[in-house]
Design a protein around this ligand. Sequence first.
Ligand SMILES: Nc1ncnc2c1ncn2[C@@H]1O[C@H](COP(=O)(O)OP(=O)(O)OP(=O)(O)O)[C@@H](O)[C@H]1O
Ligand SMILES: [Mg+2]
Length: 165
Amino acid sequence: MDRVVVKTKSSAETIRIGKNIGSRLLPGDVVALVGELGAGKTQFIKGMAAGVGVGRPVTISSPSFTLINEYLARIPFYHIDLFRLQWEKEAEDLGLEDYFQGEGITAVEWADKIPNFLPKELLLIHIAYTGKHTRSIEIIGEGKRYLTLIDQIRRAKIGVLKQKE
Ligand SMILES: Nc1ncnc2c1ncn2[C@@H]1O[C@H](COP(=O)(O)OP(=O)(O)OP(=O)(O)O)[C@@H](O)[C@H]1O
Ligand SMILES: [Mg+2]
């Protein structure tokens, strides 16, 4: 496990960090997002989608009924929002495993609702509210692929990065 922490002072900054990371994502990557209501998970994903290459006005919004939105980009991008998931078992019906094992890029909001379904190797984004317009974004990599990604993110010095502790 390795991690970097980025502080942002606006939604635009959070989107920019998301975009930077999105541009580094590869087929099969899984990004899990956690953080309370209104923390900025969807904003971050909006940026990530742009970075992956989801086209013109990036209309990423939380999927209300389907829970899953699919976008075409250089790599298929799947936005899954589990806010309305009541029981972890429902995740089976959504076919989440297929997304995680597939060749697209999958971003999951409220990933903490499915601890047993998440792949062991992933990029975990934990967004914490620190003020009206400020957020602390912890980016955690689990597994070889994601340790490499964390390394790239650290080298890129996006935002104010805290070095490995
Ligand atoms: N630094 C910041 N980073 C991200 N969002 C911010 C920041 N400062 C203010 N905001 C605002 O906080 C809100 C974040 O909303 P967003 O929908 O991204 O949260 P969320 O974590 O997806 O919430 P939900 O759990 O309801 O899906 C937006 O209204 C955004 O403008
Ligand atoms: Mg959201």
